[in-house]
Design a binder for this molecule. Structure first.
Ligand code: HEM
Length: 197
């Protein structure tokens, strides 16, 4: 059985790596707060674009339950507004994002889906903030938004990866080194199959 403190450490390492590589700090949350009044004006348009995109593609549309869209629109709207108004770089925020990441893993929102929709979201927000603040301040707001958004995407991806490995180890009894070796072997086999035909 996996130790809870080991899992916590892995989560923290993942989060610290994401933070270090994106450059996310409290200054980004402060920048987003300056753009909160404008975000309230375009959030509904963003939510519509987000779910129109997911419902238009069969693999992502299949993730949702019948009649779920209104509830999902509400939670995304609240999340976006929270990011611009109240969120800060603290344990409470990251704990909540970890909970959101787990909710997505449970519903099989795989990593390429998260990355794809994040790019679409960023493109929309980038357009809106440049329009509102001009290129200089607008770029600053867009970058701060990207840092937060991709940190949450990264956390979900890290969680999916860690959970898949953990489930394999728990079900087979393989340790981390053996599991890694088996993954590397699979990469070689699949690469040969796909690319060297
Ligand atoms: C940038 C990407 C995304 C953000 C910020 C986001 C945000 C959220 C938030 C805040 C919740 C509520 C979680 C809770 O309070 O329990 C949620 C739930 C959900 N999201 Fe997303 N989401 C994203 C991407 C996606 C994608 C790509 C899909 C599907 C293709 C998706 C499907 C869902 C579903 C099905 C739930 C309900 C989970 C449950 O059963 O509780 N989300 N999302």
């Amino acid at each position: 059985m996996t130790d809870a403190s080991e899992v916590k450490q892995k989560f923290e390492e993942g989060l610290n790596t994401i933070r270090a590589l994106t450059g996310l700090t409290q200054a980004d949350f402060d920048t987003l707060k300056e753009a909160a009044p404008q975000a309230a004006e375009w959030v509904d348009e963003l939510v519509k674009l987000f779910y129109d995109t997911l419902f238009a593609h069969p693999r992502t549309a299949a993730i949702f339950r019948e009649g779920e869209r209104a509830e999902r629109e509400k939670t995304l709207r609240n999340w976006v507004l929270h990011i611009f108004t109240e969120a800060n770089d603290n344990d409470e925020f990251w704990k909540e994002q970890a909970r959101i990441a787990f909710a997505h893993i449970r519903r099989h929102v795989t990593n390429e889906i998260m990355v794809g929709i994040a790019v679409k979201t960023l493109e929309f927000v980038h357009g809106k903030v440049i329009e509102a603040f001009g290129p200089e301040k607008g770029s600053q707001v867009a970058i701060s938004f990207a840092r937060v958004l991709f940190s949450v995407v990264g956390l979900t991806a890290h969680g999916y990866d860690a959970m898949s490995t953990l489930a394999f180890m728990e079900s087979t009894g393989a340790d981390a080194d053996l599991t890694d070796m088996l993954i590397q072997q699979s990469v070689n086999t699949i690469q040969d199959m796909l690319l060297d035909e």
